[in-house]
Design a protein around this ligand. Structure first.
Ligand SMILES: Nc1nc2c(ncn2[C@@H]2O[C@H](COP(=O)(O)OP(=O)(O)OP(=O)(O)O)[C@@H](O)[C@H]2O)c(=O)[nH]1
Length: 423
């Protein structure tokens, strides 16, 4: 077993832990960023709110100052006028972080105007100049209004900047979340691909191999990349080899390597099942070496074996596709010649007979031997039923007997049936 290969169990554990750590780190980072963002938003609100409130208060003070100025001019009784002037004084000297020097100056100036107006109002002899006072106050009021608007605009700007910053951070966080989600998905896809590559594909390959084995096909599994799968693949390959050996042992003649009697007869019956449907004829020939006993007696059994093997090699070389040579026993062989005309079957038998004679004559280690053949040929509509293959073998055997009887080293065609004559 290839122990140097990594084990799926170990690798799965290792990569699962790495995947878990990776995803936890990514999600942890995302959560930290989210918290940090929330904290920043809260800090920014904390920093901005007092400033905005201060500015609102300043703007309100400016408005109240205008109101007090109005009271000083328009109030009916002198007491209210004095009170308003006092309140205006308090307001104009009230400190505020939202006041710039310009604002502070303007406030003081506004109070000075109010004080002067009060003074003028109190001097009854100067009441005639009321129109002048109003005009002066309106100009002062206008400047106060302008400053109030400026302060409110400044507050609005600070507020929208803070909101923009929070919105920017939220968008940034959304993008980071998206990237994290893509990374997690990528990790999971890679993990799935790895599992498929290391585990599922080799299991599928082993399953295909076993299916092929069951249906009698050859299948060689490629080496796996993990200990466990390598063990399974090796076992399946060994099993395939054993099955192939058993198959060969059950179907092959051990001396010559051609089909044995069982395989030959099975194949004959299979053809009898198939050929009528396709309207193909079938030729069956029996082959028997002449005076083979003498070969054994004069040259020894090993030479006889070599003659048998030579017969198989030379005959196989002359066979067309789909033809089959089988050893029925001893020095007796048979041929299946499907989908060929009667003349083609005769020609093939004749070539084999000549070739065996020529080959053994030329072979230095072999005595010259000849071959007798009996051939039978069946048109598609005269083929015996499946399972009746022995009938054709008997017909061919009778023709072979005739060939032997008529002097050997010849091909005899079994008594032609009416259908044979037209072939
Ligand atoms: N060397 C060898 N001889 C075999 C084998 N199987 C059968 N034989 C021999 O084949 C011979 C068959 O002889 P016979 O049946 O008398 O036929 P023959 O001598 O060929 O005579 P004809 O067939 O009439 O021409 C016997 O001597 C068997 O021992 C084998 O596997 N190897």
């Amino acid at each position: 077993m290839p122990y140097h290969l990594p084990s799926i169990k170990g690798l799965t554990l290792k990569y699962s832990v790495l995947l878990g750590i990776g995803i936890t780190l990514l999600l942890g980072g995302l959560v930290t960023l989210n918290l940090d963002n929330a904290l920043q938003a809260s800090r920014s609100a904390d920093a901005v709110l007092p400033k905005i409130l201060e500015q609102q208060r300043a703007a309100l003070n400016l408005e109240r100052l205008q109101h007090f100025g109005d009271l000083v001019i328009y109030a009916g009784d002198i007491h209210t006028k004095r009170q308003a002037a006092l309140a205006a004084q308090a307001l104009s000297y009230q400190p505020s972080a939202a006041y710039t020097d310009e604002v502070r100056q303007e406030l003081h100036q506004a109070y000075q105007v109010i004080r002067e107006i009060l003074y003028q109002v109190l001097q009854s002899d100067q009441v005639d100049s009321r129109e002048l006072i109003e005009t002066r106050w309106q100009a002062q009021k206008h400047r106060l209004q302008k400053l109030g608007n400026q302060i409110i605009a400044e507050a609005t700007k600070i507020q929208s900047q803070a909101l923009e910053s929070i919105a920017y951070n939220n968008i940034r966080l959304t993008y980071i979340g998206l990237v994290v989600a893509i990374l997690v998905a990528a990790f999971i896809v890679i993990w799935g691909w790895w599992l498929a590559h290391k585990l599922i594909h080799p299991v599928q390959a082993a399953s295909r191999a076993l299916n092929a084995l069951e249906s009698g096909q050859k299948y060689q599994l490629a080496p796996a990349e993990s200990q466990e799968m390598a063990t399974i693949h090796q076992a399946v390959n060994k099993l395939a080899e054993r099955v192939q050996d058993l198959h060969n042992w059950a179907h092959t003649d051990p001396l010559t390597g051609c089909a044995n009697r069982r395989h030959f007869v099975d194949e004959l019956n299979r053809l009898l099942d198939q050929l009528p449907k396709k309207a193909h004829p079938l030729g069956v020939a029996m082959l028997d070496l002449d005076h083979f006993k003498q070969v054994n007696d004069q040259h020894g059994h090993p030479v006889g074996d070599l003659v048998l093997r030579t017969l198989v090699v030379e005959t196989t070389a002359l066979l067309p596709n789909h033809a089959l040579l089988g050893r029925l026993g001893g020095e007796e062989f048979a041929l299946l010649l499907p989908a060929l005309s009667m003349r083609e079957c005769q020609q093939i038998c004749e070539h084999i007979r000549l070739q065996i004679s020529r080959a053994t004559e030329r072979h230095a280690a072999l005595p010259h031997v000849t071959l007798s053949l009996g051939l039978t040929w069946c048109a598609p509509d005269h083929l015996p039923a499946s399972g009746q293959g022995e009938v054709l073998l008997q017909q061919a055997d009778q023709a072979l007997y005739q060939a032997k009887h008529q002097g050997r080293n010849q091909v005899i065609l079994a008594h032609p049936q009416p259908s044979m004559l037209s072939a």
